[in-house]
Ligand binder design. Structure first.
Ligand code: ADP
Length: 297
């Protein structure tokens, strides 16, 4: 099936500042695709480029397998910054104004109010809404015209815990309806909870991209010790499937390519090569610490 969005080698400079460097990944239909990275990693810049708000310095992107065009952009609902709603007008009245500005009819309004669960409060003034309701109204505004794709930049930023939970649930509901959603977030927890796919950015570079289940997994590692640590380190570097050997306090930490640590095999290999282990333990590295290390925050 054609990808909703292909991003190929996108690079962006702001003067001398390189905000993105050769970023490439594909957004499949029906996915909730998270662009995850700490502040300043280039997430907003990337969304701005694919929404044609910013011009890239290099690279290409395609929506629905086609070069970008205004016809395709009409199939995309975006929430890149907080919309300016009128505080003294009702939620429904605000949506009527948004529909007029976007060139949509008013016939969609009851449906989008229902989707974001604001039908019962449609006549209340915007100023009386909770933070979560305000954000849900903003999302309702993106849903006018029934776009098949939604692009959200940090959709839960600045919300209280109830608002965060409501917004995340709404994103999951929209995904169940079949929408493809591209969202930027600096929160690992958010991406784990709502996304099917993730692209991790660090200082404008793509570190990893793919299924959340493949990218955001807890990682096994083996901690080892022996009297001659230098010999042990040299030996382990030659063990099949070893990705990295790291000294840690009085021991070594060993990471494997396929996350398949075989304790018996390692023990036997060390012994047969003249090193007797005095410490051997399987440990799990939390996703949190893996993300911190990946993004170096
Ligand atoms: P994020 O959304 O991940 O926080 P941004 O895309 O906002 O990251 O920023 C990426 C980098 O580009 C940062 O170093 C930021 O300071 C820089 N940057 C963003 N916008 C501008 C701009 N208009 N002018 C100069 N530098 C910018």
């Amino acid at each position: 099936m054609t990808n909703i969005l292909n991003i190929r080698s996108i690079t962006k400079f702001y003067g001398k500042i390189r905000a993105l460097h050769e970023v490439s990944f594909d957004v499949p239909p029906g996915s909730v695709y998270g662009v995850l990275g700490p502040n300043g990693s280039g997430k907003t810049t990337l969304l701005g480029i694919v929404m044609d708000v910013l011009q890239s310095s290099g690279g290409e992107y395609a929506w629905f397998g086609q070069p970008p065009s205004s016809r395709h952009r009409r199939q995309i609902g975006t929430l890149l910054e907080t919309p300016n709603f009128y505080h003294y007008l009702s939620g429904e009245r605000n949506l009527k104004i948004a529909a007029a500005i976007k060139g949509h009819g008013e016939e969609d309004i009851p449906r989008v109010l229902e989707t974001v669960k604001l039908t019962g409060r449609r006549h209340s003034k915007f100023s009386t809404y909770s933070l979560g309701m305000k954000q849900r109204l903003a999302i309702a505004s993106c849903l006018l015209g029934n776009p098949s794709v939604l692009v959200f930049d940090e959709p839960t930023n600045g919300l209280d815990p109830v608002g965060i939970a409501e917004t995340r649930q709404l994103i999951l509901d929209l995904s169940r309806e079949g929408k493809t959603i591209l969202l930027a977030s600096h929160l690992l927890d958010e991406v784990e909870k709502v996304c099917s796919h993730v692209a991790i950015l660090q200082k404008g570079q793509l570190l990893m991209a793919g299924h959340v289940n493949e990218v955001l997994t807890n990682e096994d590692y083996v901690e080892l010790g022996a009297r001659d640590m230098q010999k042990l380190a040299a030996l382990l570097s030659g063990y099949p499937g070893v990705r990295q050997v790291k000294p840690y306090e009085q021991s070594l930490q060993v990471y494997f390519e396929q996350n398949n640590a075989d304790l018996d095999g390692i023990n036997q290999y060390c012994f047969e090569n003249g090193v007797v282990l005095n410490h051997l333990q399987l440990r799990k590295r939390s996703l949190e610490s893996k993300f911190m290390e990946l993004t170096n925050t």
